[in-house]
Write a protein that binds this ligand. Sequence first.
Ligand code: ADP
Ligand code: MG
Length: 349
Amino acid sequence: MIEFKHISHQYDHLPSVHDISFSVNSHEVVGLLGPSGCGKSTILRLAAGLETPSQGEIWLKGEKIADATTSLRPEDRGIGMVFQDYALFPHMTIMDNILFALNSQSYNKLSQGQKNKMALDSLEQTHLTDYRDSFPHQLSGGQQQRVALARALAPNPALILLDEPFSGLDVRLKEQIRDDMLHVLHEIGTAVLIVTHDSEEAMFMADRLLVMDKGAIIQSGAPVDVFCRPDNAFVAEFFGEVNRFETSVKNGMADTPFGLFPVEDIDDTEHATMIIRNDGLIIDPRGEVTDAVVVETIMLGRYSIVHLELNWQRLGAMHLHARVPGITWYDAGTEVSIKLDNSQVFVFS
Ligand code: ADP
Ligand code: MG
């Protein structure tokens, strides 16, 4: 549906994104994941035609729509957008808010009857038919978010762009709305490019992830593959809290407080980075380390974070965090044994 070919862009003379290449196919939800300021929104703005690339080409449905010298107008691209601030018109009914999206010149050929049908179809797709005559303030935050989606869907766009669409919603509502929205998007089969800085949300929504840092795509793939096989420490750390420390690698083995850990493709070095996800430290009587001491336990209900101190010849006293599922409590000062879940351990040169 859309393809970015070696796209770079600057704001005034400040580079924002550099040499970005990717595509989104129909029926596919692609997630752009990265920290604030890494260039995610800029990519959406380039796709929408609100920014022009300084280098590279953007193609939509087999036609070039932008390069450094030409750019198809946003209203002629047939791309729907939903932003974090979904900005409905407060004095218009839901139906009129959606019809407004069909008012631009591009839809001049359509009769009012056709426009009404398109608006009603998109209300039905988003399960909002009963609210067509309501005003935005009569709807919950989640319903308003669905109206924003309905408005973006009304012109039957080839591609939908979603920029942090759930960040204004409270946690419980967010889970429900994104579940609803995912079902709607799957039913319609439009290509979707969604931006988020929340790794769980990205994993939930996306069929494919593009992880970004400092204006570049640093890893892409199926969410589970990126999660299980991060290419570097930045990606590994982006999926939740980790324990990170320096180690050495010799003959394909990294030194750890838990004994030697096999690594692939790393030459002997005194300076490798070891990352153990908090879930990867397991408190278990059969653990290799038998004298870790509990510093404190923080219970969060669904899981507890246990702060541990252990001694390792190489680095001395180490402070580690273990994430233990369920309601779990260890008194400070308790000695515990720990083992590793090897699938949650990564070593990078
Ligand atoms: P993200 O959406 O990942 O948080 P953005 O794409 O909004 O990142 O921003 C990328 C970079 O471009 C940031 O350094 C940001 O400060 C800068 N930037 C964004 N919008 C503008 C603008 N309108 N003018 C100048 N710089 C901008
Ligand atoms: Mg942004």
